[in-house]
Design a protein around this ligand. Structure first.
Ligand code: PMV
Length: 360
């Protein structure tokens, strides 16, 4: 069993380089069983599982230069522009991870980052963004201690990413990642994400995700506030039990290929996430009228065609349309004929399950 202590860096085998840079491309992910509710330090109240995406990613370069003072100094450029407003989140991330990667205090940093999806699309970039930074820092650790194994490298990257944003722990590996301890998932941990350890049925290989951009604006309620509202939530304990139960059910479904049960679990998870928001104090609604129009169209289409297309939602109004590879052309037609009218500026993104982060 790996403990937090095992992630504390304590061995320098190479001398500290004066300067250098590392670049990682990290995917976004979409949760099938949702993480909603956490405790310090960024530990989940229930386990979650996600598909790693492919087309939606962040590309980040971390440049580092040795310095003498002990404060961590950095600049951040997003899509070529200096972004001081991103600094507080990254400052918090650096201060949280410093005890595990103390060598970062020896350097000044310049972070250059861009997303493959528009920043205003309503797709959260914190998962892919924090995962990219965590991997760049792990590349620094590997340069200082080349003897670390790949397994440790990726586990610790997920552990660090989690301290930046919980769902970022699931943006390191592909194709299905579980974060949070669960008795049915071998090796699972609250500290980091692990690849779903069982053989995945062919029905779930190359699964597609079309992201319908209903509302391209910034979210009105951040996920930090949403997680916090689970603390005194009247249904919290029941919700955490339900999520654990859904992980068990989904684990069997992913192995036996039962697409109809997949739909039931995934859609119920999405609606429950939003039901938690609507029943917290204060309550809030992130869905928009077009979110509901799309959901109704999906249900209608499924009743008429017996298709296996289903939806899930993030903490926002956009709809993720999930479907098997063999329905690719029929669902594409359905989107163009019946769904894009509900997307802001007719915008949508075609994505699919991906294989995880890559170094550049
Ligand atoms: O990682 P955070 O703190 O942004 O929380 C993500 C929460 C959801 O996206 C709503 C669900 C999930 O499991 O990804």
């Amino acid at each position: 069993m790996i403990t937090e202590q095992d992630f504390v860096f304590n061995k320098v085998e190479s001398s500290f380089p004066k300067k250098g840079k590392f670049t990682w491309k990290t995917p976004s992910n979409i949760a099938l069983v949702k993480y909603w509710g956490k405790r310090e330090p960024q530990l989940p109240e229930n386990p979650s599982i996600s598909f790693t995406l492919d087309a939606c990613f962040t590309l980040t370069t971390l440049e580092f230069t040795k310095k003498s003072s002990k404060d961590i100094k950095f600049e951040i450029y997003f899509e070529g522009k200096k972004k001081d407003e991103f600094k507080p989140k990254i400052e918090k991330f650096f201060s949280r991870i410093r005890q595990y990667v103390p060598f970062i205090a020896e350097y000044d940093f310049v972070i250059r980052s861009r997303n493959s999806f528009p920043h205003s699309s309503g797709i959260a970039s914190s998962a892919s963004g924090m995962a990219a930074l965590a991997l760049c820092i792990m590349s620094m650790e590997k340069a200082l201690n080349p003897s670390i194994t790949d397994e440790f490298f990726y586990k610790k990257a997920s552990f660090l990413a989690r301290l930046g944003s919980g769902s970022a722990s699931r943006s390191i590996d592909g194709e299905l990642v579980v974060w949070g301890k669960h008795r049915d998932i071998t090796g699972s941990s609250d500290l980091y994400g692990v690849q779903f350890p069982e053989k995945i049925h062919k029905n779930f290989k190359n699964f597609h995700d079309i992201i319908l951009l209903v509302d391209e604006g910034e979210k009105q309620v951040s996920s930090t506030i949403g997680h916090d509202l689970m603390h005194n939530h009247p249904f919290a304990e029941k919700r955490f039990d339900q999520a654990k139960d859904n992980i068990s059910k989904l684990s069997s479904v992913l192995q036996n290929g039962d697409l109809k049960s997949f739909i039931t679990i995934v859609e119920s998870e999405a609606l429950t996430l939003h039901a938690m928001m609507m029943s917290s104090n204060p309550y809030f609604i992130l869905m928009k009228p077009n979110t509901l129009h799309i959901i109704n169209k999906i249900w209608e289409y499924r009743a008429q065609t017996n298709s296996n297309v289903c939806f899930t939602l993030d903490a926002g109004a956009n709809v993720h349309l999930l479907f098997p590879e063999k329905e690719k052309s029929s669902v594409n037609k359905f989107v163009i004929r019946q769904l894009i009218q509900f997307c802001q500026n007719n915008h949508y993104i075609c994505d699919r399950v991906g294989s995880g982060a890559k170094q550049f």
